[in-house]
Design a protein around this ligand. Structure first.
Ligand code: PGA
Length: 240
């Protein structure tokens, strides 16, 4: 897997944003999928800036959410929906029909999975996906031990993910389950960018690179497809 190391977080985000911009330039109606979480926040800022400067035009682009905490919606600070809208979608002149995102407040998660799977059948495969890496190696909410055959699915969240989740929320939350795109869909994307920043990700980045591909460390599975690349900053690369 090709690995690109940037000197710092802002330059990492510029490099990843450029990858997305190149994809949209080649295919203006591309299906783009960018993770929630802290890692891509600088990418969102760079993309919003690029649209403002006229370096990219998202007016025909489709956006697909990767995952969501079940039970949380846009009013819940730290939900994927709240983060992605606040940092990205609300800052772009998008129409509702350009966005497909899991509804974490759904009363029927199975039907919600089917809805998003149908959207992917219509608009997929994903042209470009930007993934973060969880502290346990998860990508989206594809937790250790996940099946390679999953499309959209409901997930029992790993203990590590539940422990890490407190950093997103301003009030204590009991997040036991999530809803996520599956590995079958993610690994079928035409261009896969896996990004990580900071010293705290250095151990999982080293495992992602050095450990044989295994469902026990989902981020290692991106090495099984040729169209994936790893983008990290110096701090995240420090154990390589
Ligand atoms: P983070 O989350 O970007 O907030 O570190 C990454 C992930 O869990 O996928």
């Amino acid at each position: 897997m090709k690995t690109y190391i940037s000197p710092n977080y802002p330059q990492l985000c510029q490099a990843v944003a450029q990858n997305v911009i190149d994809c949209v330039k080649t295919k203006p109606d591309a299906l783009i999928c960018i993770a929630g979480g802290d890692t891509p926040l600088g990418v969102f800022a760079a993309l919003v800036d690029a649209q403002k400067q006229g370096h990219v035009d998202f007016s025909r682009t489709q956006f697909l959410g990767i995952d969501e905490w079940l039970g949380l919606g846009k009013a819940d600070k730290g939900s994927c929906r709240e983060m992605v809208w606040h940092h990205f979608f609300d800052k772009l002149p998008l129409r509702d029909e350009q966005i497909c995102f899991f509804d974490g407040l759904t009363s029927d998660p199975k039907a919600e999975c089917q809805r998003v799977d149908r959207y992917i059948d219509r608009h997929g495969p994903i042209d470009c996906v930007v993934l973060g890496i969880g502290m346990n190696g998860h990508i989206g909410f594809n937790e250790p031990g996940v099946s390679l055959e999953n499309t959209c699915h409901v997930v029992d969240l790993d203990a590590v993910t539940q422990a890490v989740s407190v950093k997103y929320f301003d009030t204590p939350r009991e997040v036991k389950q999530g809803i996520s795109l599956g590995l079958k869909t993610l690994l079928a994307a035409k261009n896969i960018v896996v990004m990580a920043s900071g010293e705290k990700k250095s151990a999982i980045v080293a495992q992602t690179v050095n450990h044989p591909a295994t469902v026990d460390i989902p981020s290692t599975l991106v090495k099984t497809v040729p169209q994936a690349a790893l983008y990290v900053d110096n701090a995240a690369a420090s154990a390589l």
